[in-house]
Design a binder for this molecule. Structure first.
Ligand SMILES: [Zn+2]
Length: 394
């Protein structure tokens, strides 16, 4: 049993992150239910821990009683329909509390003490649509013609080491425009206000894409005490157009050769004043020549006036990775798109549970096993093997 990774993971989850305490406090609005809320949610969380790829897979794992040994003898576990019904009426705040508790615990356990990029704790914000469908929909769906979908914005740490999702915010139908950048920006502002209330000044720098290249976002972040790095839009306001013009006439400030992945990177920069932003900002352009001869460029605006250009470049590139990773990871690797349960609170509940399980898995891998295993895939395989070998949990 010494090497049973499922047991190790369960103990870690229980003893270091006290997940059970949070799960045991969950409630829902079913009337005289056969199974209590924790009894319904725990198997689902375990399912997401071992990365079930669909609700159908979970259904079969439940039918085969695969999780039964995790619970005390005689416990009966619900079937998939009960799980679906419960998710729709689940009290969401309880899940949010578990996510926040896990992250706060990680902060207390010094996970971010050395920063995530060159000593800074950096967060990336990412918005996306999911569960898009022409046939399936629920009252909470956003609509574009006959296309139904949900949208949300997420913030996670980026850089080296442990990558944690620290907050999530859904679009509110009727409140947040589903089609314009402005809608996502409003959701993102709500999200980081909540994040700063929850974790204080966890983030030194917030990195976001071009839709946030405006005074509204920049002022909002600065007021909350976080610096910003944002990509620059193509057609932007007057002050951005002016600084772009100015930069184009200048010589590069630095030229890096053999920078990771590129043959060369020419860097241009200048301080400037953005319309409606009180403090001066910095504009930087990175012109990359790729090893295959192709050229591309990234332009950013930042309030980090003293930060080295290499660190800024690392941050914007890490944010690129996250664009391919937070939600895409969820969609492809965690089977988010195949775990849809529309209606009521179900979508939000599923996403919270996936984030909680992904965070625990990250912490387990990076902190408890200390990278003895190369990939998350490998450790998930070992965890499932451990589950099969499980007698009863001690
Ligand atoms: Zn829906």
């Amino acid at each position: 049993m010494r090497k049973n990774y499922f047991v190790k993971l369960m103990n870690y989850m229980k003893n270091v992150y006290h997940i059970e305490n949070g799960i045991n406090k969950l409630t829902d609005e079913r009337v005289s239910p056969k199974y209590k809320t924790p009894q319904v949610i725990m198997p689902l969380l375990l399912g997401f821990m071992i990365r079930v790829e669909s609700m159908n897979e979970l259904k079969f794992r439940l039918k085969e009683n695969e999780f039964i040994n995790v619970f005390s003898r005689g416990t009966k576990l619900p079937q998939i329909d009960t799980i679906r019904d419960t998710l729709k009426v689940l009290e969401i705040d309880g899940l949010k509390v578990i996510l926040h508790h896990t992250v706060r615990r990680a902060i207390a356990n010094k996970v971010f003490n050395n920063g995530t990029i060159d000593g800074y704790v950096v967060g990336a914000i990412d918005g996306t649509k999911f569960f898009g469908s022409k046939k399936k929909f629920c009252p909470e769906c956003l609509k574009n013609g006959n296309h139904n979908f949900h949208s949300g914005v997420v913030i996670s740490t980026i850089g080296d080491g442990t990558v944690l999702t620290v907050g999530f915010e859904m679009y509110k139908p009727g409140v947040d425009s589903a089609f314009k950048d402005e809608g996502e920006l409003n959701v993102a502002k709500r999200l980081i206000t909540d994040v700063s209330r929850t974790y204080g000044n966890l983030f030194d720098v917030l990195v976001y894409d071009a839709l946030a290249c405006n005074s509204k976002w920049i002022n909002h972040c600065l007021k909350l005490g976080a610096d910003v790095v944002v990509r620059v839009k193509k057609n932007n306001n007057n002050s951005i157009r002016a600084i772009k013009k100015k930069i184009n006439k200048q010589d590069p400030i630095e030229i890096w050769s053999n920078e990771k992945g590129f043959e060369s990177v020419k860097v241009y920069e200048s301080t400037f004043k953005m319309d409606n932003v009180e403090q001066p900002l910095r504009f930087a352009k990175f012109a990359m020549k790729h090893k295959n001869g192709k050229r591309s460029q990234i332009m950013i605006v930042t309030s980090c006036m003293e930060m080295s250009l290499k660190t800024l470049f690392k941050m914007i590139r890490a944010r690129w990775d996250i664009e391919n990773s937070i939600f895409n990871n969820l969609k492809t690797e965690c089977g988010l798109e195949r775990c849809y349960v529309h209606g009521g609170k179900a979508v939000e509940a599923v996403i919270y549970l996936i984030f909680i399980s992904a965070n625990i898995m990250q912490l387990f891998l990076q902190r408890r096993l200390k990278k003895h295993y190369e990939t998350q895939k490998e450790i998930i395989r070992l965890t499932i093997k451990g589950l099969y070998m499980l007698d009863y949990l001690p």
